[in-house]
Design a protein around this ligand. Structure first.
Ligand SMILES: C[S@@+](CC[C@H](N)C(=O)[O-])C[C@H]1O[C@@H](n2cnc3c(N)ncnc32)[C@H](O)[C@@H]1O
Length: 276
């Protein structure tokens, strides 16, 4: 895996953390919990951990002591993660260590002894080759992998607007764009993950994990809308002439408590046969 354009900011990760926490699937956590080794400290590798949101969500929900290893190339985000470790579940401990570096350089030995591999909001910014490497790494380890919050490309806005469908289509094309020779998976990531794991005879569970945005998440909704429309216009410049009035209308609806947005994601739990 190589450099992904447009690095993510601590502000954006902080803004989305609560919506992410509400969106991720509790059903898959129950499934993961049943697959962790009994009475042992679970070793969990979070790939593309950013500022550690996945661990803060998952660790208190698992019925065991844990040692988390957070992998990311962004050392500033890892510093935040280390400063804000997850809460431990009752009667257990949680240790966190950070492993700065590019995921492209990971070798199976770096993850040996893993009880679980996790990701959050990572798969859609990878290429097919990078995702294939990630899936091979996970299945080679023989432990479950919980890959959460991959965008599906399905966006629902209420009340509807005639521009919604074209913006969504342009945004999804933008997510699949080629940058520096890398063609990103964008909304194709969920389907590709399922295919790749199934081809390696892993059992795959899929759960819908949409963001539900609106007045309660006003700042996130505003920033998401601006980013969604901005990317769509970058992809199809002809939409630019409509962007300001569209955004003004959507902001007005948001402030008045009239706007509801659903942003589709899926969580995937893949378990190699014979593990767990
Ligand atoms: C969208 S953010 C998600 C962060 C975190 N998992 C979360 O849910 O808040 C993607 C993260 O993957 C990291 N990342 C992307 N490609 C990477 C690579 N090739 N090597 C290491 N980290 C990478 C980025 O630095 C960023 O922190």
């Amino acid at each position: 895996m190589t450099t992904v354009p447009g690095s993510v900011t601590p502000h954006w990760l902080r803004l989305r953390e609560r919506a992410d926490a509400l969106a991720r699937s509790d059903r898959l956590v129950a499934s993961v919990s049943a697959k962790l080794p009994d009475g042992e400290t679970a070793e969990i590798h979070d790939l593309g951990s950013g500022s550690g949101s996945m661990g803060r969500w998952l660790a208190p929900r698992l019925p065991t002591s844990q040692r988390w290893v957070l992998h990311d190339r962004d050392e500033a985000l890892l510093e935040i993660a280390a400063a804000h470790p997850p809460a431990a579940p009752d009667g257990h401990t949680v240790l966190v260590e950070v492993a700065p570096g590019d995921l492209a350089r990971l070798v199976p030995g770096d993850l040996s002894g893993a009880s679980l591999v996790t990701t959050s909001a990572l798969a859609d910014i990878l290429t097919l080759a990078e995702l294939t490497t990630l899936v091979d790494l996970c299945t080679g380890l023989g432990c479950p992998a919980l890959l959460t919050l991959s965008v599906t490309g399905d966006v629902g806005l209420w009340p509807p607007d005639p521009l919604d469908a074209e913006l969504a289509s342009a945004f999804n094309d933008h997510q699949r764009r080629t940058v520096d020779g890398r063609t990103l998976l964008g909304p194709d990531a969920p389907r590709r993950m399922v295919e790749l794991f199934a081809a390696r005879r892993a059992d795959v569970e899929v759960a819908s994990s949409p963001w539900r945005l609106g007045f309660e998440t006003r700042r996130l909704t505003e920033e998401w809308l601006a980013g969604w429309v901005g990317a769509a216009c970058e992809q199809r410049p002809g939409l630019g002439g409509f962007a300001d009035s569209y955004l003004a209308l959507r902001r007005e609806q948001l402030v008045d408590g009239l706007l509801e947005v659903t942003v589709g994601h899926v969580d995937i739990l893949a378990t190699p046969r014979g593990s767990g």
